[in-house]
Design a protein around this ligand. Structure first.
Ligand code: BG6
Length: 486
């Protein structure tokens, strides 16, 4: 769906996110005919570029991050012609009048979106100067992205700093996982079918698993990552958002606040993990040297070059204390340098209450629904059938398989493509509300406190594996097993 004319100002326009994600995403939207003729993109950062220089910079970024087959000359020129640039300093008044004149020169009532692809310490100062230079009004939107705080207090401070200048309905907090096709598909699966919802509760579901496994290491992000770790980098946002979408009650409508209200209730129902249950419900670990996707790789501490107890892997057993989910564990794990790149959600149903088949048929295996987010997107519902043939009743476990690549020709759009234009549409459904972010920290903070109080050791795992043995033991103690992809 095409959007209204806009000016997108990319603060941090020469940074890594702009090069790898934002410029390519907007280019793809242009290629698909989704950008109105008048749409304009303004790079803003401290670097001394002019418009031509920024266009050359963007061309290079696109050549690197857009597949060559999709770099169409005509579209590329049209896209580059949309780019302008302003040198600006977030911490002083330098450049702000230039930005204002640039925006005012084409002020035809268009939408103005400010994307802060910069460190969070600049969110407050930029919001303040946007206000001071009279760059905020009804049609203005602000886009920010994690890290949204380091803990609850800093998240509140950040939200206050932004909230002093923007209303909540103008603030778009990106969690790019919400822009992924399969994540949105979870909503379609749950709420556009009649057959899942009646079973979607503790009476029929034994447990849920959420895995986000990566093969990459921390690489040149070691510094950032060491201050963050898997819990802050992945669990506080992406994994908890996935958990919310699985666990929430049906919203009354698809309206942003209707969905976000339900997600918030889930976050508030999470049983606190504290000193008492920390050992049984969490495992944190760091990778040691081992196998990477292209050969031997170093351990985290070697890459970092100093001692650290930051986790590059975490697994958790979460419980949701409400009527629907009482007694159903949500096992989550995420890590760098794991055996394969694989993100998926597994809904493990309970076994049939009684088998009517003799022992020769084999025991019925409990149903399982697998939603694979990446790398290959699919939905698989495992069911039991009769093994075909004349040999009498023998049960067989088979998947009803819906692979996106096999069933749809379309290119899978990157999450940012959807999210960047949802900002212009003013649709906040796939963005986190302030209270959600804070509720997530409220659950995460005590885990860090308990880790410190108990001085629970950081475990280690060999790069290229599924994490430390303690993570396997955590789920196996409950008589369950991690789904390691197939
Ligand atoms: C980011 C994290 O939010 O998500 C990275 O900061 C991580 O550490 C990335 O690699 C994973 O995203 P995706 O889309 O590749 O699964």
């Amino acid at each position: 769906i095409p959007v209204a004319p806009f000016d997108y100002v990319l603060f941090g326009g020469t940074g890594d996110l702009a090069q790898r994600k934002l410029l390519p995403a907007l280019y793809h939207r242009d290629l698909d005919g989704q950008l109105p003729d008048a749409a304009r993109l303004i790079g803003a950062s401290r670097a001394e570029f002019d418009a031509d220089g920024y266009q050359a910079f963007a061309r290079e970024a696109l050549e690197q991050h857009v597949p060559a087959t999709l770099l169409e000359a005509e579209c590329l020129e049209r896209f580059l012609a949309r780019l302008d640039y302003v040198a600006i300093d977030a911490m002083s008044d330098d450049g702000w009048n230039d930005l204002k004149s640039m925006l005012d020169a084409r002020d035809d009532g268009r939408i103005r979106a400010y994307y802060l692809a910069v460190g969070p310490r600049l969110f407050g100062p930029i919001a303040e100067r946007l206000d001071k230079f009279d760059l905020i009004d009804e049609r203005t939107r602000l886009v920010i992205e994690k890290p949204l705080g380091h803990d609850l207090d800093s998240a509140i401070a950040l939200n206050n700093a932004v909230g002093a200048h923007f209303r909540e309905d103008q603030v778009f907090r990106i969690d790019h996982y919400l822009g992924k096709e399969t994540v949105q598909n979870l909503l379609a699966l749950r709420f556009a079918n009649v057959m899942f919802e009646p079973l979607w509760n503790a009476a029929h579901i034994d447990h849920v698993q959420i895995t986000v496994a990566e093969t990459v290491g921390v690489g040149d992000r070691a510094g950032y990552y060491n201050r963050s770790g898997a819990m802050r980098d992945m669990v506080q946002n992406h994994l908890l958002q996935l958990l919310c979408l699985v666990a929430m009650e049906p919203p009354a409508s698809g309206e942003a606040d209707s969905i976000r209200d339900e997600k918030l209730k889930v976050l508030r129902s999470l049983r606190p993990i504290t000193g008492e249950n920390i050992e049984a419900t969490t495992v944190r670990a760091q990778y040691k040297a081992g196998a990477g996707p292209d050969g031997k790789v170093d351990g985290f501490l070697d890459e970092l070059g100093e001692a650290s107890d930051t986790e590059t892997f975490v697994s958790l057993k979460a419980e949701i204390d409400n009527w629907r989910w009482a007694g159903v564990p949500f096992y989550m794990r995420t890590g760098k340098r794991m055996a394969m790149r694989m993100s998926e959600i597994v809904i493990q149903f309970r076994s049939v209450p009684h088998s009517v088949f003799g022992s020769g048929a084999g025991a019925p295996v409990a149903n399982q629904l697998v939603l694979r987010l990446q790398p290959d997107e699919f939905v698989k519902q495992w069911i039991m059938i009769k093994d075909p043939g004349p040999g009498g009743m023998r049960l067989k476990h088979v998947p009803l398989d819906m692979s996106f690549a096999e069933n749809f020709d379309e290119r899978a759009p990157d999450a940012y493509e959807r999210l960047l234009l949802d900002v212009i549409r003013g649709n906040q459904t796939l963005f986190m509300r302030r209270d959600e972010v804070e509720a997530a920290w409220r659950w995460i903070d005590p885990i860090f406190e308990a880790w410190e109080d108990r001085s629970q050791a950081v475990r280690s795992y060999t790069a290229g594996t599924w994490g430390p043995s303690q993570s396997i033991a955590m789920i196996e103690r409950d008589g369950r097993t991690w789904n390691d992809g197939d």
